[in-house]
Design a protein around this ligand. Structure first.
Ligand code: 5AD
Ligand code: SF4
Length: 464
C-alpha cells in the first residue's frame, strides 16, 4: 500500500470547535456516558470520542441516568448486537423526558450500514445524533449542531482516512491501545468489517512511535498495537516486524508490547523471529483459524490451509518458548458438513489453544456468505457450538500442566475478592496467574512461581 496516496487528516479546526464548545457550556457541569459494543477497535474509538468530549468541557458520568450526552458505539459483526442496540436506544426515551437537555447519539460499525442507520433514525425520533465510523473527525462540528438542537445524521461512503491529532481519554489502568492501521482488504466471505471500516490504511511509523512514547510517559506499562490485520501493516517501506523492532528499540522503557489481530496468511518468519528476539514483545499471538476444514477455509476466502496454519503453530512453538496461542472459530458456516466440523475439533486438539472465542455463523447482509446455499439451521449451529466449547473445555486445561514449577513475571492488574482475596495479573504470554499478596502491588511487575492451575488460569506464589 502506498501511504503517499492516502489522505491523512489532522484535527486542527475540530480542536478549535471543541474549545468553542467548552467556553459555551462553561459552568453547566455537563456529563457524558459512552456504551461500547464489540472489539478493541471500538473500545479505542470510544476513548477518542471521550477525549474530544473532555476537551469540550464534559466530564464522565457514572451512569446513564447522570448523563447529559449518551452515546452508543455499536458493532455489527454478529446479528444479536442489532436487536440489543435497538432495545437499548428505545429505553433512553424515558431519560430524555426526565432530562430535556440530554443528547442521545448512536455511532460505530452498525451505523455505517446505511439501511440500519436510516431505520434507526426513522424509528426513534428522539435520537439526536447518528454517525458512521468514517465520521470521527467531524464529531466536534456534529456536537456543536446537537447543542444548537439540530438533529444530525452523518453516514458517508468513504474508504476512510488516517486521522491524527485526536485527543484520547484512555481508560485508567496499566495497559492501553495504540492504532497502527485501520480497515481491512481481506473480504473474508462471512465478514462485514471491510464494508464498515473501509480499506486498509496504515499510520506513519513516527506518529505511532510518538503516541507510544507519550502513553509510556503517562504511566502505562503495556501497549497493544491495534489493527484488523496487523501483519499487513505497511507504510513508508516499513512492514509489521520492522515496526515492532523499531518500537521495541526506540522505547525501551515500555515493558510490554502486544498486538492484535494477526491473519495467518500474512504471518511471516520475520514476525516469529521478532517475537522470539525482542524481550518486551509479548509471547502471545491471537491467530484466528476460523475453521479446521480446508474446503470451508476456501469458501471463507481465508487464503491458507490447515497445513499452512499448523506449520506456523509449529514454528512459533519451536522459536518462542512458552508462546501461547488464542483464536477465533466459527461453526455452522454455509455448507459445513459434519466432517468439516469434526476437522475443526481435530485441529483444536492439535493446536492446544490457551483460549478461544467461538461463534455460530451469523449471516451479514451484503456479504458473499449470506447469499450462499446450504445455510445451516440455527439448532444445528447451536449443537456444534456447544460441542466445540466442550472440546475446548477439555483441551485448555491440558495445556496448563507444563506450568507447574514455572517462574515468570506478572503485571498485577487487581485484586479478586470472590473468595480469599488474591492478586491477579498476566504473564507476557497472556496467561492469567493468581497469587496471594498485598494490594499495594497492583500496577507493578512481580516475579511469581506457579503451583497449580484452574480452567484457563494458573495459581502460584510471589517468588523472592
Ligand atoms: N458470524 C459469526 N462470527 C463472525 N465473526 C466475524 N464475522 C462473523 C459472522 N458473520 C467472528 C470471526 C472473527 C471475530 C471477530 O468474529 O471469528 O474473527
Ligand atoms: Fe473480517 Fe477477515 Fe478482515 Fe478479519 S481479516 S476483519 S475476519 S474480513
Amino acid at each position: 500500500m502506498n501511504n503517499e496516496l492516502q489522505h491523512i487528516y489532522e484535527l486542527g479546526e475540530g480542536l478549535e470547535t471543541l474549545d468553542r464548545i467548552k467556553a459555551r457550556i462553561d459552568g453547566l457541569n455537563l456529563r457524558y456516558f459512552i456504551e461500547t459494543y464489540g472489539c478493541q477497535m471500538n473500545e479505542h474509538d470510544s476513548e477518542k470520542i471521550a477525549g474530544m468530549l473532555v476537551r469540550a468541557g464534559y466530564t464522565k458520568a457514572e451512569t446513564k441516568q447522570d448523563a447529559d450526552l449518551i452515546l452508543f458505539n455499536t458493532c455489527c459483526v454478529r446479528e444479536h448486537a442489532e436487536k440489543r442496540t435497538f432495545g437499548n436506544v428505545g429505553f433512553i426515551k424515558e431519560l430524555k423526558q426526565i432530562n430535556p437537555r440530554l443528547i442521545l447519539g448512536v455511532c460505530g460499525c452498525m451505523m455505517q450500514q446505511r439501511e440500519v442507520a436510516n431505520r434507526l433514525f426513522a424509528r426513534f425520533p428522539f435520537v439526536d445524533l447518528i454517525f458512521g465510523t468514517h465520521e470521527l473527525k467531524n464529531f466536534p462540528a456534529m456536537l456543536e449542531n446537537c447543542l444548537d438542537k439540530k438533529r444530525v445524521f452523518n453516514v458517508s461512503d468513504s474508504d476512510g482516512e488516517v486521522i491524527e491529532g485526536l485527543p484520547v481519554e484512555r481508560n485508567a489502568g496499566f495497559s492501553t491501545f495504540v492504532n497502527i492501521m485501520y480497515g481491512c482488504n481481506n473480504f473474508c466471505t462471512y465478514c462485514i468489517v471491510p464494508y464498515v471500516r473501509g480499506r486498509e490504511r496504515s499510520r506513519k511509523p513516527e506518529d505511532i512511535l510518538n503516541e507510544v512514547r507519550s502513553v509510556v510517559a503517562g504511566g502505562y506499562s503495556e501497549v497493544t498495537l491495534l489493527g484488523q490485520n496487523v501483519n499487513s501493516y505497511s507504510c513508508d517501506g516499513m512492514d509489521f516486524p520492522r515496526l515492532l523492532t523499531l518500537i521495541s528499540n526506540e522505547v525501551p522503557e515500555l515493558k510490554r508490547l502486544r498486538f492484535m489481530t494477526s491473519h495467518p496468511k500474512d504471518l511471516s518468519p520475520e514476525l516469529i523471529m521478532a517475537m522470539a528476539q525482542l524481550d518486551n514483545v509479548c509471547k502471545h499471538i491471537h491467530l484466528p483459524v476460523q475453521s479446521g476444514s480446508d474446503s470451508i477455509l476456501k469458501k471463507m476466502n481465508r487464503r491458507y490451509t490447515t497445513a499452512d496454519y499448523l506449520k506456523i503453530v509449529d514454528e512459533l512453538r519451536q522459536n518462542v518458548p512458552f508462546v501461547e496461542i488464542t483464536t477465533d472459530i466459527i461453526v455452522g458456516f454455509p455448507g459445513e458438513t459434519e466432517e468439516d466440523f469434526q476437522a475443526t475439533l481435530d485441529l483444536v486438539k492439535k493446536v492446544g489453544y490457551s483460549n478461544a472465542y467461538t461463534f455460530a455463523y451469523s449471516p451479514r447482509e451484503g456479504t458473499v456468505a449470506a447469499r450462499m446455499e446450504d445455510q445451516i439451521p440455527d439448532e444445528e449451529k447451536k449443537r456444534r457450538l456447544n460441542k466445540l466449547n466442550a472440546v475446548l473445555a477439555e483441551t485448555i486445561p491440558e495445556n496448563n500442566e507444563k506450568y507447574i514449577g514455572y517462574s515468570g513475571e506478572i503485571l498485577v492488574e487487581g485484586v479478586d475478592h470472590r473468595g480469599e482475596p488474591l492478586l491477579f495479573g498476566k504473564l507476557s504470554n497472556f496467561k492469567m496467574v493468581y497469587v496471594e499478596g498485598d494490594e499495594s502491588l497492583v500496577g507493578s511487575f512481580v516475579d511469581i512461581k506457579v503451583d497449580g492451575f484452574r480452567f484457563n488460569s494458573l495459581f502460584g506464589h510471589i517468588a523472592n
